[in-house]
Design a protein around this ligand. Structure first.
Ligand SMILES: Cc1cc2nc3c(=O)[nH]c(=O)nc-3n(C[C@H](O)[C@H](O)[C@H](O)COP(=O)(O)OP(=O)(O)OC[C@H]3O[C@@H](n4cnc5c(N)ncnc54)[C@H](O)[C@@H]3O)c2cc1C
Length: 384
C-alpha cells in the first residue's frame, strides 16, 4: 500500500469522545477505520466533563465504565440544586461519573485501537477529496514535518469539534442557530470525599462542583458572555472567577478560599448553540462538529457518545436513507435540549424560572435515555 494514499471504510477526523467512540463502534462492527487528530487525546481539553445519564449508560453498554472507574473516577451519588438559599437534593439510584477528559477520551481511544481501528496523531486535515459528482471520498492532511497525505474512504466523518474543518469544507448547512452564549471559568481543587454534583443558581450567575479523578473537584463559575468580555480584560481571570463564584455559591467560594488550586484556571467565553445537517454525500458529522449547545447543560459528551452509536448503526445498516435516519434521530433527541439550553444560557431567568428550565432540561434528556436503553447490542461487545 502506498504510504501517501491509503484506503479505509471510514476516515474519522477528531479522536476525542465523538471520534474515538465512533471509531471503536465501527471497528467492532468489522469496518476498516482510520481516526486522525492534529493533537492527542491524552492532552487535556476545555471541558468540565460531567456525564449525564445517557453518557454513563453508553460507557456501561460498551463495557468501558469499569475502565473509567478503575482509573479512580469517583461515583456521583446525588445532585443538589441550590436556588439562592433554597436547596433540593436528588439521590441517584445509579451513580453518575465525571472522568477527566484525559481519562475518558484515552479509554475510548484504547478501546478503538483494541477493536482494530488505526489511529494517527499530528495529522491536520486541510482538504476533502471529492469525485466528479462532488461526493466526498476522503481527506487530505498535513502530517507533522510538513508532508501531505491522502486517506480515501466512502465515508468521511467529522468528529472535529466546534470549529469543524469537515463541516466547513463539506458545506454542511446550519439548520438551527442559537443567539445566547454563556461563559464559564473553572479549575481544580482537592476534595477527596466529594460525592455529589452541586449546581448553584442566582440571578445572572451560576456555579457548580463536580467530583473527579485524583481526589479533586472541578469548580466552575458561570456568567453571561457579555459580562465575561467586559470584566475579563479589566480584572483578569482569577479575580473574575473569585467574584462570580462568591456571588453564585458562597459555599464553593469558601472551599476555594481554604485550599490550593491544582493547575491553571481555564476560561471559555461562550459560543451560541447550533445544529448543522449531520450527513451529505460521503460525509457525516458527530459530536460538536454537528451539534453544539451551551455547556451549562453539561451534556455535550453524552450527546457525542449517543451520536457515535446512532451513526454506526446507520452505517452498518447501509444506504443513504440509513444516514438520513441517523440525522432524524439526532435532531429529534437534540432539538428540545438545544431550545432549553438557549433559555438557560441567556441568564434572563429568576430562581423560579431556572428551576422550571432545569426540569424541562431533565425532561428533554429522558427520550434520549429511553432510546439508548431500547437498543439491542449494535456491535460485538468488548471481549471480557
Ligand atoms: C467550558 C466547557 C465546559 C463543558 N462542560 C461539559 C460537561 O460538563 N459535560 C459535557 O458533557 N460536556 C461539556 N462540554 C461540552 C463537551 O466538552 C463537548 O461537547 C465535547 O468535547 C465534544 O466532543 P467532540 O469529540 O465532538 O469534540 P472535541 O472534544 O472538540 O474534539 C475534537 C477533536 O478534533 C480534533 N481536530 C479538530 N480539527 C481537526 C483537523 N482539521 N484535523 C485533525 N484533527 C482535528 C481536535 O484536535 C480535537 O481533538 C463543555 C464544553 C466547554 C467548552
Amino acid at each position: 500500500m502506498n504510504a501517501r494514499h491509503e484506503e479505509f471504510d471510514a476516515v474519522i477526523v477528531g479522536a476525542r469522545c465523538a471520534g474515538a467512540a465512533t471509531a471503536m463502534l465501527m471497528a467492532r462492527a468489522g469496518l476498516r477505520v482510520l481516526v486522525v487528530d492534529r493533537t492527542h487525546p491524552r492532552r487535556d481539553t476545555l471541558s468540565t466533563h460531567a456525564l449525564m445519564r445517557a453518557g454513563v449508560l453508553q460507557l456501561s453498554r460498551w463495557g468501558l465504565l469499569q475502565r473509567v472507574v478503575a482509573a479512580g473516577t469517583p461515583p456521583v451519588t446525588a445532585t443538589t440544586f441550590h436556588y439562592g438559599g433554597h436547596t433540593e437534593t436528588l439521590q441517584l439510584t445509579e451513580p453518575l461519573y465525571a472522568p477527566r477528559r484525559t481519562v475518558l477520551d484515552t479509554a475510548l481511544l484504547s478501546a478503538a485501537q483494541e477493536a482494530g481501528a488505526q489511529a494517527r496523531f499530528g495529522v491536520d486535515v486541510t482538504e476533502l477529496c471529492r469525485d466528479r459528482t462532488g461526493r466526498v471520498t476522503g481527506v487530505v492532511a498535513r502530517v507533522r514535518g510538513g508532508d501531505r497525505v491522502t486517506f480515501r474512504a466512502p465515508l468521511t466523518i467529522g468528529a472535529d469539534g466546534l470549529r469543524s474543518t469537515v463541516a466547513r469544507l463539506a458545506g454542511a448547512p446550519t439548520v438551527r442557530r442559537g443567539a445566547a452564549a454563556s461563559a464559564l471559568l473553572y479549575g481544580y481543587w482537592p476534595s477527596p470525599s466529594a460525592s455529589q454534583y452541586d449546581w448553584f443558581y442566582r440571578p445572572g450567575v451560576s456555579a457548580g462542583i463536580i467530583p473527579t479523578n485524583d481526589g479533586q473537584v472541578c469548580i466552575w463559575a458561570g456568567l453571561p458572555s457579555d459580562r465575561f468580555a467586559d470584566e475579563r480584560g479589566r480584572s483578569g481571570l482569577a479575580d473574575l472567577f473569585t467574584r462570580v463564584l462568591a456571588e453564585a455559591a458562597p459555599e464553593a467560594a469558601a472551599l476555594v478560599a481554604r485550599t490550593e488550586r491544582t493547575g491553571a484556571l481555564r476560561g471559555f467565553p461562550g459560543v451560541p448553540g447550533y445544529l448543522r445537517r449531520a450527513t451529505g454525500p460521503g460525509w457525516a458529522l458527530v459530536g460538536d462538529a454537528g451539534y453544539f449547545k451551551d455547556p451549562l447543560t453539561a451534556h455535550g459528551i453524552s450527546d457525542a457518545l449517543r451520536d457515535a452509536e446512532f451513526l454506526t448503526r446507520a452505517v452498518v445498516d447501509g444506504g443513504q436513507d440509513a444516514l438520513a435516519e441517523y440525522e432524524r434521530t439526532r435532531d429529534r433527541l437534540s432539538l428540545p435540549l438545544l431550545d432549553v439550553a438557549e433559555s438557560i444560557a441567556a441568564y434572563r431567568w429568576n430562581l423560579g424560572e431556572i428551576r422550571e428550565l432545569l426540569l424541562a432540561e431533565s425532561a428533554a434528556m429522558k427520550p434520549e435515555v429511553a432510546a439508548l436503553r431500547a437498543l439491542d447490542t449494535p456491535v460485538p461487545a468488548e471481549a471480557a
